[in-house]
Design a protein around this ligand. Structure first.
Ligand code: AMP
Ligand code: ZN
Length: 113
């Protein structure tokens, strides 16, 4: 059994607030939101970081983007949003299963910290 917390969410071994699901992609609300809308988009397949993508799995990034656009339109986020992918130590990644943060609902600062 996987020890990865996001794999456990994929396998419905622990609860989550799912907002979107298809064959390869799952989206659920972040447990500790930093914006009024804070949704995590993950591939269902366990891939630790963006650096681990290869020719067989890189299509998942496109599928995630398609899901992000679908959810953003469903939620009426036409004012805008930010999509963040933290990678490894310097990127601030804490969960080592690829994920993108969809942040929206307030004006976000640039550059990020
Ligand atoms: P990162 O720092 O990019 O790895 O982000 C990991 C994110 O996962 C953080 O924003 C956490 O709040 C979120 N998180 C961790 N565990 C859970 C969980 N069980 N359900 C929803 N979000 C979670
Ligand atoms: Zn995983």
């Amino acid at each position: 059994m996987s020890e990865c917390i996001f794999c456990k969410i994929v396998n419905k071994e622990i609860p989550s607030d799912i907002v979107y699901e298809d064959e390869n992609v799952l989206a659920f609300k972040d447990l500790n939101p930093v914006a009024p809308t804070h949704i995590l988009f993950i591939p269902k397949k366990h891939i630790p970081t963006l650096l681990d993508l290869d020719s067989e799995t890189q299509h998942l990034v496109g599928e995630i983007h398609r899901a992000v656009v679908y959810v953003a339109k469903e939620l009426g986020l036409e004012k805008g949003f930010r999509l963040v992918g933290n990678c490894n130590e310097h990127g601030g990644q804490e969960v080592f299963h690829i994920h993108y943060h969809l942040l929206a609902g307030r004006e976000l600062q640039w550059p990020p910290g």
